[in-house]
Design a protein around this ligand. Structure first.
Ligand code: LMR
Length: 395
């Protein structure tokens, strides 16, 4: 049987991490995978997470099964964090999933069960795992124009023009904030336009929000999603605690379904639970138990909000520092878009050849589409990165 298999393609992001670990050069710089690092290059456990897991270790009395939907306290807390105050909040159902990739897959499976003709529209470019997850679920995938490679900003006219032909068998996947990979977000006005198109033409928005708190703040980053939740009958949501709680390896995320009525949302939840049972049965508990504790304890919540705001501010400062260093070197504002981008990532517009030179000549690891993880940079390495970017693009 196994002789039919050929070597698999390595994952474009995860394989970089392996290459980086094996690189013996001392000056190496990992701007590949999306993890936050502090000025010492560490990805620390957040203070609130540390406190919650210590408390859990002392108070938890069992490791028995939780249930197909995972931790319902976590589900409620995450739903409130994203949707409280919206009309959709009264007609949403949520399940805990193994990370946001688990949520993407469960929601993709749900779409396929609900309508086997579903086509998912994905931004060009998008998170490298979006297309594989949708296709693995048997869905058709189309791209809508998104990133203007000249300006390095969103081409709103092209995006909205393209989405105006999406219809009732279509689902439009949007990044809630901090677009991965580009860093270029749509303004609030564009969320309204997408909502109007969805209401008029009948497509369903599917919001992947994995970086809440890393753009303009916890509430501002959810504003577009909340507009859709207020104004549309159906919205799908995949969310993650990997970045915003720093729980990467705990695989903690959630899938939410807003339906026209709470009954429809509950039907969707029932189907999601069937799908979870036949896929992984139930999600791991530890991360969700931590998040539930943080979000329901005023002191821990305050500590978490303060820390995520500080991380966000540090990314903004790194963006400013890098844009300034590049302006000084090239003598113009061609890299100023780095300051306008939001969240961890920026696509800087280099060809795969230049990305390879960054790695080969300077030990700087970026994803092949020239996505750099600004949150992986440190203040001390800004000049090194700016020099290398100029050196490779001048060659
Ligand atoms: C990334 O885009 O680097 C992260 O979301 C990690 C992943 O799962 O790909």
């Amino acid at each position: 049987m196994l002789e039919t298999l050929t070597p698999a393609q390595p994952d474009p992001i995860l394989s970089l991490t392996i290459d980086f670990r094996q690189d013996p050069r001392e000056n190496k710089l990992d701007l590949g995978i999306g993890v936050y690092r502090n000025s010492r290059g560490e990805t620390p456990i957040m203070e609130a997470v540390k406190a919650a897991q210590t408390a859990l270790a002392e108070t938890q009395t069992t490791k028995s099964y939780v249930g197909l939907a995972g931790n319902e306290g976590f589900n409620q807390a995450m739903t409130s964090l994203l949707l409280e105050g919206t009309d959709g909040y009264s007609r949403v159902s949520t399940i805990q999933t193994p990370g946001a990739s688990g949520a993407l897959r469960m929601l993709a499976d749900l779409m396929r069960v609900a309508n086997h003709n579903t086509t998912v529209w994905i931004s060009d470019p998008s998170y490298v795992n979006h297309r594989p997850v949708m296709e693995a679920a048997g869905l058709k995938v189309r791209h809508y124009p998104y990133f203007n490679r000249e300006t390095k900003l969103v081409d709103l006219n092209a995006m909205l023009d393209s989405l105006s032909s999406a219809g009732k068998d279509d689902v439009v996947l949007l990044h809630g904030c901090c677009h991965n990979p580009t860093g270029a977000d749509i303004p609030f006005e564009a969320w309204k336009r997408v909502g109007e198109l969805a209401a008029k033409n009948g497509f369903t928005p599917f919001v992947d929000i994995a970086y809440q708190g890393f753009g303009e703040g916890l509430d501002a980053d959810a504003k577009g999603l909340r507009y859709l939740a207020d104004n549309l009958e159906e919205v799908l949501v995949a969310t993650s605690c990997s970045k915003s709680f720093g729980l990467y390896r705990e695989r903690t995320g959630a899938a939410m379904v807003i339906g026209a009525s709470s009954e429809r949302a509950q039907n969707a939840k029932g189907k999601l639970l069937n799908l979870a049972r036949s896929t992984y049965t139930m999600p791991p508990d530890h991360g969700a138990a931590i998040v539930e504790m943080i979000l329901s304890d005023a002191g821990l919540r305050k500590s978490w909000e303060t820390e995520i705001a500080a991380m966000n501010q540090r990314i903004v400062t790194l963006r400013q520092g890098l844009a300034t260093a590049l302006r000084e070197r090239v003598g113009d504002g061609r890299f100023d878009f780095i300051q306008q981008h939001k969240g961890m990532f920026s696509v800087v517009g280099f060809s795969p050849e230049l990305v390879k030179r960054l790695k080969d000549d300077h030990a700087i690891y970026a994803v092949g589409d020239s996505r750099i993880n600004i949150a992986g940079l440190s203040e001390a390495r800004i000049d090194y990165l700016a020099d290398a970017m100029v050196a490779v693009s001048d060659k």
